[in-house]
Design a protein around this ligand. Structure first.
Ligand code: IPE
Ligand code: IPE
Ligand code: MG
Length: 225
């Protein structure tokens, strides 16, 4: 039976969720952050899930209004500060992919501190994709690979990526859009894809459990018969 070792989620629909209620988009991001906690706790307590990768900010999201970008950065900083006890309690290791060199120094330090404090946790690795683009990660990995002078194979390439997470088993996108939006291009080669109309702030562990059930019944062939 299929095992959901690595689940990746494009957490989309925060803005629409807030706008439907006549609220500012940022309210949706606040609610979305709470959902991150619930989903992470569910995954940490699931015996088969080892990695949960969450798309939080793409290399294209800088195109948004300055105020929204600044709010997201502040939200992330506050979130990491507030959630550290949850990471410890749930035994979750915090990891990041993406190029965070464009973030302010204080936020970069907060990220490094959270990684350091949680590095020995073992139940789940929660990966936030921050200033992340699938193409950007591949290009940066190629630069590292060239600099190393090593012979490159499909197997060895991963070690030049931002983090060694292995292939994605389930890729889920909330919010109704059916596209990849430059997420994890290398690692989703054989991922099973799931698209739900549920907006991210309304997504629940119960819906994730249903998707995992559907995943189990799928026939993964990996090119075989
Ligand atoms: C996803 O929700 C969260 C981020 C990209 C940070 P959106 O903000 O894209 O919400 P919609 O798609 O506009 O509803
Ligand atoms: C993808 O959502 C990025 C994140 C969820 C962080 P977007 O809302 O930015 O994607 P598009 O613009 O609809 O493709
Ligand atoms: Mg969106």
């Amino acid at each position: 039976m299929n095992r959901p070792r690595h689940i990746a989620i494009i957490m989309d629909g925060n803005g629409r969720w807030a706008q439907q209620r006549g609220w500012k988009r940022i309210k949706g991001h606040e609610k979305g952050a709470e959902v991150v906690r619930h989903i992470t706790t569910y995954c940490a307590n699931h015996p088969e899930i080892e990695v949960l990768t969450l798309y939080a900010f793409s290399t294209e999201n800088w195109k948004r209004p300055k105020m929204e970008v600044e709010f997201l950065m502040k939200l992330l900083d506050n979130w990491l500060q507030k959630e550290l006890p949850t990471y410890q309690k749930e035994n979750v290791r915090f990891e990041v992919i993406g190029d965070i060199s464009r973030f302010n120094k204080a936020l970069q330090e907060r990220i490094a501190y959270t990684k350091e404090m949680t590095k020995n946790n073992t139940k789940l690795t929660q990966v936030l994709a921050l200033n992340y683009g699938g193409r950007d990660e591949i290009v940066r990995a190629c630069r590292r690979a060239c600099a190393s002078g090593e012979e490159i194979s499909e197997e060895s390439f991963e070690k030049f990526m931002d983090s060694q997470l292995g292939d994605v088993d389930m890729l889920i996108r909330t919010g109704g859009e059916k596209r990849i939006s430059n997420f994890l291009l290398w690692r989703i080669a054989y991922a099973e894809l799931f698209f739900t109309d549920t907006l991210w702030p309304d997504f629940t562990p119960a819906e994730l459990a249903e998707l995992i059930e559907e995943f189990r019944s799928r026939h993964r062939r990996f090119g075989g018969i």
